[in-house]
Design a protein around this ligand. Structure first.
Ligand SMILES: Cc1cc2nc3c(=O)[nH]c(=O)nc-3n(C[C@H](O)[C@H](O)[C@H](O)COP(=O)(O)OP(=O)(O)OC[C@H]3O[C@@H](n4cnc5c(N)ncnc54)[C@H](O)[C@@H]3O)c2cc1C
Length: 440
């Protein structure tokens, strides 16, 4: 079979690329190895609950997302949380939920940081800017001190990247802080000077769950999408690429957009340098548990967005999302749904335990913590053995290797959440950028 462009992977990156490419040509195929689209986006309906086994929320922080949603006519179906209901976020202090300060008064009063640490934070304005990228731990400790790093940054970043701060690149994970430091010499000064520039991004989901987005996209490309179609090898010929599929069939194409994880692409790519760079990308495992309770079993009202843990808390989970507070439609009003994330680099051994035993451990910890008097009526578990890619100090080298590969292999493009940004919004934006710049 011959086609101009092959998009490998039917997750949000691949389907977004298809969406934007379809405005220029329909001469493409999307190859997806599994029997469903969406990849990491994975919503399900169990009893009356809407469960998200992958991403729970998408950040509406660029206009490309709006374009994509309008292309599939779902802009009107977006659900935004009530910001007042989710403004409170918690950390643990001595096994109690402690609110993360939002105002200057709360900051001065919070027990999350000592007086010494609060003074150290203000002295950030005197710390010289970094010349080179450094890991997140040393970046934050140098600017704001150890307590700020240990008590706030560690829980916050493990909630997003499931990784350890000493391994993560500050330039690529704390992008905003890095830019403010580079531009103004101080993050605090930068925040003050750019106060009016910071427009608030909105979180959203969609009625029925985020999978609705990828399902609607897949319906649009019914003639281009091949499910249960795993790419098993790619060979470069003179002016074309030969893609072999699991069934043995070959596809010849001029252009390839790879959106598959690094560990999948490394087995396909013919270039040793890229193969080597991709094999170094580490993915952290994540276990996602959903628990649904009767509201009558909550001894106190649970408010806010959720709670994050730090290593010193010695818990068997990274964080809890109070899902029914964030999006009311995920359960009926008599029920309360929470989503618990465990694993990441810090707790990777937990993701080797049997789900039942881990579930028990977690419930033993969270029932007294949240003052819930009965066992959940709904229990659901999903394991991502390779969940979230690490943004380590070698990510820039990886980006350079990919650029070098693309320059030497005309028409072969490599995008994906392991080097261009992990969030769903980044994936959508990067797909559009690729189509706009390389497919004219
Ligand atoms: C537990 C969890 C929670 C998350 N929470 C959030 C969140 O709240 N908000 C947010 O913005 N982001 C979140 N993320 C990150 C975000 O969901 C992902 O980064 C994003 O969905 C990745 O999309 P993708 O299309 O790039 O890759 P994927 O979703 O991995 O899609 C790649 C596709 O390629 C297919 N494939 C692989 N190999 C082959 C092959 N050889 N041939 C053909 N097809 C192949 C796979 O089957 C898959 O469908 C979360 C991630 C996880 C794991």
């Amino acid at each position: 079979m011959k086609v101009n462009t092959v998009i490998i992977g039917g997750g949000i990156s691949g389907l977004s690329a298809a969406n934007f490419l379809s405005k220029k040509t329909l001469d493409f195929l999307i190859l997806e190895s599994s029997d469903r689209v969406g990849g990491t986006i994975n919503s399900s309906k169990v009893d009356e609950y809407t469960l998200e086994n992958g991403p729970n929320t998408v950040l509406e922080n660029n206009t490309v997302i709006q374009e994509l949603l309008s292309d599939i006519n779902v802009s009107e179906e977006l659900i935004y949380p009530d910001l007042k209901k989710i403004s409170n976020r918690y950390l643990l202090i001595n096994d109690r939920l402690e609110k993360i300060p939002l105002t200057i008064i709360e900051f001065l009063l919070t027990p999350i940081l000592s007086i010494y640490s609060k003074i150290k934070i203000f002295s950030e304005i005197l710390v010289p800017r970094h010349i080179n990228d450094t890991n997140v731990e040393s970046f934050v400790k140098r600017r704001f001190g150890k307590e700020f790093h240990d008590n706030l940054i560690v829980p916050f970043l493990t909630g997003i990247y499931a990784d350890t701060t000493s391994k993560m690149s500050s330039k690529n994970t704390l992008k905003k802080m890095w830019e403010l430091e580079q531009k103004h010499g101080s993050i605090i000064i930068g925040l003050i000077k750019e106060k009016n520039k910071n427009s608030k991004s909105k979180l959203f989901t969609i009625n029925g769950g985020l999978s609705k987005i990828t399902e609607l996209l897949s319906k649009k490309f019914i003639n281009q999408l091949m499910l249960n179609t795993k790419v098993t090898s790619i060979v470069k010929l003179n002016e074309t690429y030969k893609i072999t599929l699991n069934g043995g069939e070959d596809i010849f194409c001029k252009k390839i957009i790879s959106t598959i994880p690094a560990y999948s692409l490394k087995d396909l790519v013919f270039d040793d340098m890229l193969k080597n760079a991709l094999s170094k990308v580490n993915y952290n495992p994540i276990d996602v548990f959903h628990f649904g309770f009767d509201r009558d079993d909550l001894e106190t009202k649970i408010d806010g967005f959720g709670v994050l843990t730090k290593p010193q808390d010695k818990k068997s989970f990274l964080g809890i999302l109070f899902s029914s507070n964030i999006f009311q439609h995920v359960s009926n009003e008599k029920k309360f749904l929470i989503t618990v994330l465990a694993g990441g680099d810090r707790q990777k051994d937990l993701c080797k335990e049997s789900p039942k035993s881990l579930e028990r451990q977690i419930l033993n910890e969270i029932l007294p913590l949240l003052r819930i008097k009965s066992e959940p009526k709904l229990k659901n578990h999903f394991r991502w053995s390779k969940g979230i890619p690490s943004y380590s100090m070698s990510v820039e080298k990886l980006q350079k290797d990919i650029e070098f590969f693309e320059e030497n292999n005309k028409g072969f493009y490599v995008i994906g959440n392991y080097h261009l940004g992990v969030s769903v919004s980044d994936c959508i934006k990067n797909s559009k950028e690729l189509i706009e710049t390389k497919f004219n």
